[in-house]
Design a protein around this ligand. Structure first.
Ligand SMILES: [Zn+2]
Length: 359
């Protein structure tokens, strides 16, 4: 009763207060509406991502497992690719790409293994010849060689550049509306490759960097009980004028200590030891791991023992080797690098790992 009185009285008594109240209710309403709006937008965005993963219109339809029977059977009707299932699979494994996507693009590019380029020049991927100024397709000495070259190209687009869906690849492989495509054939690329991939049993990996080639994107310190004995430096010493270049972090460790993979990834280089001229000279027993999530590489040098092989997928924290003092090393330690490129582009791991280091 008292309340109703209050409500009846106040409007006449104080318009200002009412307006204020009204305003604050409005502000609250607006905030709520905004919040709901943003959530709805989030759902929409989430929804479209979801659609992408479900493979509508050339997105990422990942069934997970390769159905080898379907895969090989489908290749039976594929011209020169008949019986090449194992070759597709082994090259795909080597390059950390999806054999289904690899084969689907090869079918699309070659009219199911019947094009002149693949029949006469063993070229399934439309790779142009730099010797002719890219005016003709390159000739390979065998179909295997041509497929391997295509595998490397796809690895660079999918793993290195991160084009993890058919759509993203299509925008690069077959851009719509370009001058060299007057009949607009490129518009068919995405739906064609998608349909062929489905025939092969559906994509199995690479989409949005899923699988062990992806990783968490956040590196862990690659040794237990870390003690940094030498930091990262890449500078001209202002006093001595000498170029100081130590493009990694050194963790002093007893010989035989465990070395841990900094993140999920794929082993791309193992040398026991690295020889000069290999690009890894001086590192002794060295391992390089490619991380799909960050599109980066981590390097582990001077090991006494390496426990992984090239092509092997590793998990974050997995013991991949043992600390040693091989190569150009003055004492047992792990030399650890984070690289933006496979062959270089080192960055200081200290801030990334959150460890203190002075150079
Ligand atoms: Zn070092």
């Amino acid at each position: 009763m008292a309340q109703r009185n209050n409500q009846n009285q106040e409007p006449t008594k104080s318009w200002g207060l009412l307006i204020l109240r009204f305003l604050s209710v409005k502000v609250i309403l607006i905030v709520i509406l905004l919040f709901v709006g943003i959530s709805a937008l989030g759902v929409l965005i989430g929804g479209s991502t979801q659609q992408d993963t479900l493979g509508v219109g050339g997105g990422c339809s990942v069934s997970g497992e390769l159905n080898e029977e379907t895969f090989n059977q489908t290749l039976e009707q594929a011209g020169v690719f008949k019986g090449k299932g194992n070759l597709f699979i082994s090259i795909a494994k080597e390059q950390n790409i999806d054999p289904v996507l690899f084969a689907a693009i090869a079918m699309s590019e070659t009219g199911w293994g019947t094009s002149k380029a693949v029949v006469e020049k063993n070229n399934p991927g439309g790779i142009m010849d730099s010797a002719t100024g890219m005016s003709t397709v390159k000739r390979f000495s065998s179909l295997k060689e041509g497929m391997e070259a295509m595998g490397v190209t796809l690895h660079n687009r999918i793993v290195v550049d991160g084009l993890t869906t058919i759509e993203k690849l299509g925008n690069v492989y077959a851009p719509i509306g370009v001058a060299n495509d007057p009949n607009n054939l490129n518009a068919n690329w995405i739906p064609t490759v998608t349909a062929i991939a489905d025939k092969f049993g559906g994509l199995t990996m690479n989409c949005s960097n899923t699988g062990s080639s992806g990783g968490t994107g956040k590196y862990i310190i690659p040794v237990k009980n870390p003690r940094v004995s030498s930091g990262f430096s890449d500078r001209i010493n202002p006093v001595t004028g000498v170029h100081e270049s130590h493009k990694g972090l050194d963790f002093a460790q007893p010989i035989g200590s465990d070395i841990l993979a900094a993140d999920d990834g794929k082993v791309v280089v193992v040398m026991k030891p690295a020889v000069s001229g290999s690009g890894f000279g001086g590192y002794g027993f060295v391992t390089l791991i490619e991380h799909g999530k960050n599109k980066e590489w981590t390097l582990y040098g001077h090991q006494s023992e390496i426990l992984v092989k090239v092509g092997q997928k590793v998990k974050q924290g997995q013991v991949i080797g043992k600390v040693g003092s091989t190569g150009q090393s003055t004492g047992p330690h792990l030399h650890f690098e984070i690289r933006k490129k496979k062959m270089g582009g080192q960055v200081d791991p200290a801030p990334v790992l959150g460890v203190l280091a002075t150079s």
